[in-house]
Design a protein around this ligand. Structure first.
Ligand SMILES: *[C@@H]1O[C@H](CO)[C@@H](O)[C@H](O)[C@H]1NC(C)=O
Length: 394
């Protein structure tokens, strides 16, 4: 029996309700989840038929919330359409049809435009005819889909994993992206990134993880390039966020203040007066992305700190998030009752039992501003859930 509805759609809707989405949007998005998204996720059974790489427990969906009041507090999610590879169909044609279908089902900010998608697919994915990559017999997706569900309109994104083609073709992801950015007219901001990367020794060089685009016309589109890297100190985080100081020529002071706030809050959480998170003095395995678009010679940036790896449990993290929100202007409404809301929304286990629900706390840095968001794994395959399922079968 598919239980994606209870484990994923209900928590997402609970977040939207808490963020005061209009009733008509809530209804429309609930239908969208039921009719369009859940059927794409494949069977929700254990043992897991299709182990998605989107989350640690293989749940094929991760969602996030921008901390903010009113219409700023957008709910976003990304998912792996596992049903397609399971059915043996990993063709680009099917992926495009799926995107078009999702576009039709949503009230979009602008009509779906796949020009950048076609270029990225051409440069970053294995061709249809090429050998398939398998790990432990399971098919590996080279793409995933993201959707921003704003209060009154939506937006579709596609994520590409260049490393899979790179394994087969032996090309460097950087070279693949050089060709992509050339074709997209983004070679100038990409050159700034290459310049930055050249400062690292080969062993320390951040690795390219993901490339993402929006499905909108080129003039409004953004290419995001995600790097995985270790961040050991605030200074190092700022070094990455400013591309080694290059972006500091722009008006990013306000955005960096939010980055400082996140760092200070997450590294100083304490319980019973004891500094509790010895390990959270740094964040190995963090993500950084640089966003490239037309009309901007240098990128903007975002950092993702993997809180699930470095805190004791979700209760500690939820208190840290509440504390963080209480310090941000206009966001104090998010802080109020936040740990209780999280416990009610994820009732199958105690927040204090372990980490897993909160995955990343992230911060963008753009000229003139920034936003802070929190990422969640709805834990469809949490052992606490599957143990219960097993008991009810016996
Ligand atoms: C910092 O982040 C919060 C939460 O997303 C946002 O409301 C605020 O505008 C940001 N501050 C600046 C200076 O951009």
């Amino acid at each position: 029996m598919s239980d994606w509805w209870t484990t994923i759609a209900l928590p997402v809707i609970a977040f939207m309700r808490r963020q005061n989405y209009p009733a008509a949007s809530l209804d429309a998005y609930a239908l969208f989840w039921r009719n369009e998204i859940l059927p794409l996720l494949g069977p929700c059974t254990t043992p897991v038929v299709y182990p998605s790489w989107i989350t640690d427990d293989h749940t094929p969906v991760e969602f996030s919330v921008v901390l903010g009041s009113g219409t700023r507090s957008v709910l976003r999610f990304s998912f792996e359409p596992s049903a397609l590879p399971l059915a043996g169909d990993r063709s680009l044609a099917t992926l495009k049809r799926t995107l078009e279908r999702l576009g039709c089902a949503l009230t979009m900010e602008s009509t779906l435009d796949l020009e950048w998608f076609d270029i990225c697919a051409d440069e970053l994915l294995l061709g249809e005819s090429q050998e398939r990559v398998c790990t432990d017999q399971a098919p590996v997706s080279e793409t995933s889909i993201g959707i921003d569900l704003a209060h009154r309109s939506a937006n579709i994104k596609v994520y590409f994993m260049p490393r899979i083609r790179s394994l087969i073709s032996q090309e460097l992801p950087e070279d693949m992206i050089s060709r992509t950015t050339e074709r997209l007219g983004l070679h100038k901001p990409w050159a700034a990134i290459l310049q930055f990367l050249s400062r690292f020794s080969p062993a320390d060089r951040p690795n390219i993880d993901i490339v993402a685009i929006d499905c909108v016309p080129a003039s409004r589109n953004r290419l995001k390039i995600y790097f995985r890297t270790d961040i050991a100190s605030y200074a190092q985080m700022e070094y990455f966020l400013t591309l080694g100081g290059v972006l500091a020529t722009q008006d990013i002071g306000a955005g960096l203040r939010n980055a400082t706030l996140i760092w200070d809050t997450l590294t100083s959480v304490s319980e019973n007066g004891n500094a509790l998170l010895g390990k959270a003095s740094g964040f190995p395995g963090a993500l950084i992305y640089y966003e490239l678009k037309h009309g901007a010679d240098v990128p903007s940036s975002k950092v993702y700190l993997p809180v699930h790896r470095y805190f004791r449990d979700d209760l500690v993290i939820s208190r840290a998030v509440a504390h963080l929100a209480s310090k941000l202007p206009d966001v104090s409404s998010v802080a109020k009752g936040y740990p209780d809301f999280i416990q009610e929304t994820f009732p199958y286990r105690s927040l204090s039992s372990r980490t897993g629900i909160h995955t990343y706390v992230a911060c963008t840095v753009k000229p003139g501003g920034s936003d802070v968001s929190v990422y969640y794994n709805p834990e469809s395959f949490a052992p606490e859930r599957t143990r219960k399922q097993l008991r009810s079968l016996l």
